[in-house]
Design a protein around this ligand. Structure first.
Ligand code: ASP
Length: 303
């Protein structure tokens, strides 16, 4: 049974705080080079990505290397998965090589949980379908805490394709555990009313102006075309009603921050002016991703 990290939903505040506090120690704040540590020397991490990734995969790899671990990255297109091997067979093969942990991204919700039941080494979920993306929520919390003393009492607007977003779910669980007010906003087909029941303190609106009103944090999401089976919205319509533009920012708190897990689609869910504005912390999120993943790997793979 894995003692890795499968999701935020089952974690308590103390466990989340432990990751955040340790990650603060690893933060570089845009300065200098990180001096490599040897905490995980002699240990091997396998990065197994069945879905595309730029940020998350690179970030886990850099995090592991900064802690002195060896890493092997496998993506489904360059592996036997594309030759028809089943998930269980791929995993058993990898497990036979005795890595100390496996980081896994998969298009099916629950895939890492399934893996964790079958393998003895820790599994870290790097995004499973529409379900969870725990390290994203942790790095988002760390980024918010760079700007605010605490999460409690903050108004966080999460805007976009909520139903298909694992980033939204993990963030909803985390923010709600810490007493933030979460407002979900998106077009009706991407935001069914039952999502308000995911956690306490969550409300729903389809009006972007209402969502942003008084917000301390605006979290934009990409339209997850790869998970949609219905005809996608024309880009222009989507941007007109749910895209974030400079004029919206005057409705939020004056020092509100704008976040996005990436990859961003300029002119679809966010305008270039906002993405490049002083409110945007999108690249800080990327930088904090390494610190969070170091904290996670140290806990999961450490002695
Ligand atoms: N990178 C994030 C994810 O893997 C968000 C996105 O792809 O839009 O879920």
């Amino acid at each position: 049974m894995s003692n890795g990290l499968l999701g935020i939903e089952k974690l308590d505040r103390a466990e989340i705080e432990a990751y955040l506090n340790r990650a603060k120690f690893f933060q570089t704040h845009g300065e200098g080079q990180f001096k490599k540590l040897d905490t995980l020397r002699g240990k091997t991490l396998v990065n197994l990505f069945f879905e595309n990734s730029t940020r998350t995969r690179t970030s886990f790899e850099i995090a592991a290397k900064r802690l002195g671990a060896d890493t092997i990255s496998i993506s489904s297109s360059g592996s036997s998965v594309s030759k028809g091997e089943s998930l269980v067979d791929t995993l058993n093969t990898l497990a036979a090589m005795r890595p100390h942990a496996i980081v896994m991204r998969h298009a099916a919700s629950g895939a890492p949980h399934f893996l964790a039941r079958h393998l003895s080494m820790p599994i870290i979920n790097a995004g499973d379908g529409m379900h969870e993306h725990p390290t994203q929520a942790l790095l988002d919390a760390l980024t918010i805490l760079d700007h605010r003393p605490m999460l409690e009492g903050l108004r966080v607007a999460i805007i976009g394709d909520i139903i298909h977003s694992r980033v939204a779910r993990s963030n909803i669980y985390l923010l709600s555990k810490f007493g933030a007010e979460v407002v979900l906003c998106g077009p009706a087909p991407m935001l069914p009313p039952e999502l308000a029941k995911l956690a306490p303190g969550v409300t729903i609106t389809h009006d972007i102006r209402e969502a942003i009103g008084g917000a301390h944090v605006i979290m934009m999401l990409r339209v997850q075309l790869e998970r949609q089976h219905e005809t996608p919205f024309p880009t222009g319509d989507y941007f007109r009603f749910h895209g974030l533009r400079l004029e919206h920012l005057s409705l939020a708190q004056p020092d509100a921050i704008v976040m996005h897990p990436g990859p961003i689609n300029r002119g679809r869910e966010i305008s270039s002016e906002v993405a490049d504005s002083r409110h945007s912390v999108i690249l800080n999120q990327v930088e904090n991703g390494v610190a969070i993943r170091m904290a996670v790997l140290e806990k999961v793979m450490g002695a």
